[in-house]
Design a protein around this ligand. Structure first.
Ligand code: PEP
Ligand code: MN
Length: 273
């Protein structure tokens, strides 16, 4: 049977409209998304939003319901954080992407966000797939670090099959044998996805690498693969971040990443949005 995610599916939808001026999957454009791992305070979000706007970035990312591997870690501000993100959208006109950790808050995230992020650890949560599939909110599905690309696409298929065609795939690193980097960015997998699915692809090098020193080069390498977008973590003061402190870049480094990104993209005739 032919799956809806497959490239040759007759009714495929490869570009996803987020708003009048933002489409993910436009062959002439690459979307850039940035922001902190977690919402921590309104001040943190305001400083971030101002920096994003200065760099013409249109979508802010930040988690409110954080999945953590340690029960004593910061689990996010929950609904209160989501309301702060909504305030930022009203004040700055940025679109917001935030993650769902489990089905207990999926409806709230679908209602309030512009793009629902399904985190890597939630990739196999059928309750989340069903709720997202029955809505028509754009969904960014992250690949679990232990999932093959086919297993990843099959979970996207659940969302598509429930009726939501607005699915974006996100490669964020898979587990390999090395411990020197957090995960391994699967560039071969990205090429497989490009060859086998029509769904837009966004690359998240922040979670793949786990360390900020390499983020710029990984962004540039990913852009050269002609993907549909990049998502990286940034923070006003990364060393004080409440989650993923080692991998977030300081906001002051965004400008140089954006400038270099434009140079790479001009060589493949694409515009950064
Ligand atoms: C995140 O984006 O902050 C996150 C938790 O990512 P992942 O689900 O890929 O680990
Ligand atoms: Mn993170």
């Amino acid at each position: 049977m032919q799956n809806k995610y497959q490239k040759d599916h007759p009714n495929h939808k490869s570009s996803i409209s987020i708003s009048n001026d933002i489409t993910i999957g436009n062959p002439d454009q690459t979307i850039f998304i940035s922001g902190p791992c977690s919402v921590e305070s309104i001040d943190q979000l305001e400083v971030t939003a101002e920096n994003l706007i200065k760099n013409n970035i249109k979508i802010i990312r930040a988690g409110c319901f954080k999945p953590r591997t340690n029960p004593y870690s910061f689990f996010g501000l929950g609904s209160e954080g989501l309301d702060l993100l909504c305030d930022i959208r009203s004040k700055y006109g940025l679109k917001i992407i935030t993650e769902v950790r489990d089905s207990s808050h999926v409806d709230e995230v679908i209602e309030k966000s512009d793009i629902v992020q399904i985190g890597a650890k939630a990739m196999w949560d059928y309750g989340i797939m069903e709720a997202c599939g029955k809505s028509n909110k754009p969904v960014l599905l992250k690949r679990h670090f232990g999932a093959t690309v086919t297993e990843f696409c099959k979970m996207a298929e659940f969302i598509l099959n429930y009726g939501n065609e607005n699915v974006v795939l996100c490669e964020r690193g898979i587990r390999s044998f090395g411990t020197e980097t957090r995960f391994t960015l699967d560039v071969c997998g990205i090429e497989w996805l490009k060859a086998n699915t029509h769904l837009p692809i966004i690359v998240d090098p922040s979670h793949a690498m786990g360390y900020r020193y390499a983020i710029k080069n990984l962004v540039l390498a990913s852009l050269a693969l002609n993907v549909d977008g990049i998502m990286i973590e940034s923070h006003p003061s990364p060393e004080n971040a409440k989650s993923d402190a080692d991998q977030q870049i300081p906001l002051c480094e965004l400008e140089s990443i954006i400038q270099s990104s434009k140079t790479v993209l001009s060589s493949i005739n694409k515009e950064l949005i």
